[in-house]
Design a binder for this molecule. Sequence first.
Ligand SMILES: Nc1ccn([C@H]2C[C@H](O)[C@@H](COP(=O)(O)OP(=O)(O)OP(=O)(O)O)O2)c(=O)n1
Length: 122
Amino acid sequence: MADFAKERDWDQFHSPRNLLLALVGEVGELSEIFQWKGEVPKGLPDWEEEEKVHLGEELSDVLLYLVRLSDICGIDLGKAALRKVDLNALKYPVTLCKKLSAVEAEVELDSSNTGAEGDDKV
Ligand SMILES: Nc1ccn([C@H]2C[C@H](O)[C@@H](COP(=O)(O)OP(=O)(O)OP(=O)(O)O)O2)c(=O)n1
């Protein structure tokens, strides 16, 4: 991405703020693909090949602007992400999360048996 921008004299435009706005714009384009479709099954089995190619393009735009933004801010994104994975693991221990998931599933089951509305689940 650094070479790509340099070759085109685009360094002048690739400021942190501009890259952040470009990133958000691409997230918007990514969202448009899913807009109004309702929930879609994992793996997108019913999607046309063309739609999947489009999805890959928008995901790539998000990734490329994210990588460029990190670079321009002097952040080693690979290192930062690995550190965050470690922090996440400490914050959400496996045993605790499994117990909470089981309890939540039970509450969900109870509320569906009684007809009460439960919270939306992730
Ligand atoms: N000043 C720019 C312009 C583009 N790009 C790169 C990063 C993205 O991967 C892609 C974005 O290009 P477009 O702005 O043309 O966006 P789309 O490819 O999504 O096209 P469109 O918005 O027409 O769907 O090009 C860049 O690095 N710097």
